[in-house]
Design a protein around this ligand. Structure first.
Ligand code: FAD
Length: 464
């Protein structure tokens, strides 16, 4: 036997792909495999926006493999069974896979290892394919993971990421391993109209243009909602069409404060992954409980629905929620504000919001989504768990001309400048077209008072 299977998961690329490099070393034949995992669909994670982006990624990966003499093998079903079946059909003696962090991924890895070993095959799991630093590689003296970002970042920054690998020049795939037809995004219902395209080719172009013309101003402009001046690389990182280690190298080579701030965000990504790897239950349970008795019942559900629909009456929140629905993506500042509004001003359980985000976000990612939601809700790793973001003050600060709101909330298109953030104060001609825009679902002072009462056992900081 002289053949390896590479099971692609969240690493849908050819550049800087250690499993592919190891699998093809010494001229071995390789079966590049992707399994549409029934378990992922059963868990509710196979949502239209990510399926559409995935379809792009698989087609692009297949095209890249074909240019090199290979092709992608696609199967659907139970992942362990499918991998074993393909390994047997190809007479492969080893399977290569990138390490992943969720409880589901750990279980899959263990089951796969046992099933392969029972057939006399080996499983190789590769670290630092989907992270810069492997989860668990850095630990404080007294714990199996870092619970606070700053000390983690200090240690993380002192690491040198491994050097990125080039894409393979040629590959040899054995005959006789059948594949299903690759999916196409056109055939999928329910996809957001403004969803970005996926695939490694698109990702590498986006990265090149980001390094050339976005990175330098990132530190100054990353919170500018209307300026849209972040990299928008998150879906590519989620599906692994870009390598985070390569991103760090290339950003550091570019240098400057923009690059430093950007690399810091990539460290946040690794940080959340090492938390989830160590505490898989935090995908659904509080990391640090604050003993919240979140609102429930009809009025809480009505408020949550107004939030989902972008009809809370707070323009910057509604703009962000409508961006999410239209693009399957939301600006980070919008995510912070929308999550703070739901969990603190409306005092609705973070899981309600996290589920909605996972239903729509093209970059929807268990570690980043659940742990950012918990961070905002104050049940996670934030060292200031009771801070509340005021949507009016934040709108004025991060959308000072009101352009972001007017882009996404057409009812407010006639409102001038920053006055758009308080539509209830508009008078005369400024109110033209505003008829269909809702009144605020809650008075901010009442929301803050309710939250303070609920968290009265801890200190609440004032609106910032
Ligand atoms: P940039 O600002 O260009 O940052 C570069 C990369 O750094 C991002 O692509 C991302 O991989 C990483 N990054 C940036 N901010 C964070 C952060 N706070 N935590 C972890 N990694 C970060 N990000 C996701 O990838 N998937 C999610 O499901 C997700 N859900 C979120 C939910 C909430 C409530 C909040 C507040 C944030 C969430 N984020 C999530 C983090 C962040 O908002 C997005 O990564 C970012 O907006 C993506 O845009 P970008 O690629 O232009 O980011």
């Amino acid at each position: 036997m002289n053949t390896s299977v590479v099971l692609f998961t969240a690493d849908l690329r050819l550049h800087d792909h250690p499993p592919l490099r190891a699998a093809s070393a010494g001229g071995r034949q390789v079966v590049p495999l992707f399994v549409r995992d029934r378990g992922v669909a059963d868990a509710g994670f196979a949502v239209p926006n990510r399926l559409a982006f995935l379809a792009d990624c698989l087609r692009d990966l297949d095209a890249g493999l074909r240019e090199r003499g290979g092709r992608l093998v696609l199967r659907s079903g139970e992942v362990v069974e499918e991998v074993c079946r393909v390994a047997a059909a190809a007479d492969a003696d080893e399977v290569h896979l990138a390490a992943d962090v969720s409880a589901y991924a750990h279980l899959r890895e263990e089951r796969l290892r046992r099933a392969l070993e029972a057939d006399g095959r080996r499983l190789h799991v590769h670290d630092t394919v989907t992270t810069v630093v492997a989860p668990g590689a850095l630990t404080p003296a007294s714990s199996d993971h870092f619970a606070v970002f700053t000390p983690y970042f200090r240690r993380w920054s002192a690491q040198r990421p491994r050097d990125p690998l080039g894409a393979p020049r040629s590959l040899s795939v054995p005959d006789g391993v059948g594949s299903e037809r690759l999916p196409s995004r056109d055939a999928l219902p329910g996809v957001s109209a403004g969803l970005a395209a996926g695939g490694e080719v698109v990702a590498r172009k986006r990265l090149a243009s980001w390094l050339r013309s976005g990175l330098a101003a990132y530190e100054e402009r990353h919170d500018d909602l209307a300026g849209d001046a972040t990299s928008r690389l998150s879906p590519h990182l989620h599906f692994g069409t870009l390598s985070p280690a390569e991103l760090v190298h290339r950003a550091r080579r570019a240098g400057g404060p923009g690059a430093e701030a950007f690399v810091r965000q990539l460290a946040w990504r690794d940080f959340h992954r090492q938390v989830l790897a160590a505490r898989p239950a935090v995908a659904a349970a509080d990391y640090r409980t604050r003993h919240d008795h979140w609102r429930s019942g009809r009025s809480a559900e009505e408020d949550a629905e107004a939030w989902r629909q972008g009809r809370t009456g707070y323009p910057v929140i509604d703009a962000a929620m409508r961006q999410l629905r239209y693009e399957g993506w939301m600006h980070n500042r919008g995510r912070l504000l929308a999550a703070s509004f739901l969990t603190k001003t409306l005092y609705v359980d973070w899981r309600v919001g996290a589920r909605h985000f996972l239903d729509l976000l093209v970059d929807g990612d268990l570690a980043n989504n659940q742990l950012n939601w918990q961070w905002v809700a104050g049940t996670g790793t934030d060292t200031r768990p009771n801070r509340v973001l005021n949507p009016v003050a934040q709108g004025r600060r991060h959308d000072p001309e009101g352009a972001y709101v007017r882009r996404w909330v057409p009812e407010l298109a006639g409102a001038p400048g920053a006055a758009v953030h308080e539509p209830w104060k508009l008078r005369g001609a400024d109110r033209v077209g505003i008829g269909a825009y809702p009144d605020p679902v809650v008075d901010l002072a009442d929301g803050l008072a309710r939250f303070r009462r609920a968290r009265s056992k801890t200190d609440t900081e004032l609106h910032i």
